[in-house]
Design a protein around this ligand. Structure first.
Ligand SMILES: [Zn+2]
Length: 303
């Protein structure tokens, strides 16, 4: 009876997976061009998985199981991840997955998803990467990804604002190729770099550019430009907002939250010299001066 119930539950899981899980087509072997799928995580999902991961149960395994079971990673529940964790045992990922479920389709889907998610670790833990501002610069930032913005219509903030003095050198966080450069209504003078994973890095509101043009190769640490407050209007519009760097990350034109990446690249270099006491302090100052926060790429132009 128990066995038949188990068979039934496996069969129903199989059918459920095939009918409802959007990753059923991902059973084929992943390729280097396969999307990492970072955009699936929403504003804080990735951080929740990272925090739930341990030395023996990597976050990629938890996220992969959660993704395959629920079809979403936008709003992971910490208690649910703990429950998954408690059912995982074994000395390898394969053992843990096959101990969790004996459904070969499920195992294959989790393994494939884990493989693609592991590329996020490659980006995050790449020690050749740098924070976009030098550690000697004065800057301040918080996780303001997803915050409400209203210039150009109701929308959410698709990046992180790093408040800093105008003219602070802005560095490429990674090796890559310059793929975009020029004016955007929302982004002002912006430059964009694509890395070898196909992830796009967006630097906006610059006051000046560095020496690089579209098509040029850049190395992590190269100066792409200098921070400023350009944007929110026709070409040349300046000082509508407080000086800062807007930093965005996109995969397949889908934004994802760069905050945990920035925190990682920041600590792999040196602790920053923070001069501002708080972001609120900066924003209060901005309010009294009639300035506002920045926007996101004008997708119509950017795309
Ligand atoms: Zn911004």
């Amino acid at each position: 009876m128990k066995r038949s119930l188990k068979r039934l539950s496996i069969l129903s899981l199989c059918v459920t997976l095939m009918l409802f899980i959007p990753f059923a087509g991902a059973a084929a072997a992943p390729t280097l061009t396969q999307s990492i799928g970072i955009g699936l995580f929403g504003a804080s999902g990735l951080n929740t998985y990272l925090q739930a991961g341990t030395g023996t149960v990597p976050w990629t395994l938890l996220a992969a199981i959660d993704l395959v079971e629920t079809g979403t990673a936008a709003n992971p529940d910490a208690a649910r991840l703990e429950a998954i964790k408690s059912k995982l045992s074994g000395s390898s990922a394969r053992e843990r997955i096959s101990g969790y479920s004996d459904n070969p389709i499920f195992i294959s889907m989790v393994e494939n998803r884990m493989y693609s998610l592991s590329r996020i670790d490659l980006i995050m833990l790449d020690y050749s990467r740098v924070f976009p501002l030098a550690s000697s610069a004065a800057y301040y930032y918080t996780d303001d990804y997803g915050a409400a913005r209203d210039f150009g219509g109701e929308r959410t903030h698709e990046g992180i604002d790093i408040i800093c003095d105008k003219g602070t050198p802005v560095r490429s966080v990674c090796n890559g190729t310059v793929t975009k450069k020029g004016w955007l209504t929302l982004g002002g003078w912006r430059i964009g770099v694509e890395d070898e994973n196909g992830v796009y890095y967006y630097y906006a509101h610059l006051s000046q550019y560095g020496a690089f043009e579209v098509g040029d190769t850049v190395r992590a640490g190269d100066i792409l430009g200098y921070s400023g407050s350009t944007g929110y209007g026709p070409e040349g519009t300046d000082t509508v907002m407080i000086p800062h760097l807007h930093f965005g990350m996109y995969e397949n034109d889908v934004a994802f939250n760069p905050y945990v990446f920035l925190r990682q690249w920041e600590v792999t270099v040196q602790p920053p010299a923070i001069v501002y006491n708080s972001r609120d302090e900066q924003l209060r100052k901005a309010d009294t001066e009639g300035l506002r926060e920045c926007g996101t790429p004008d997708r119509g132009v950017e795309a």
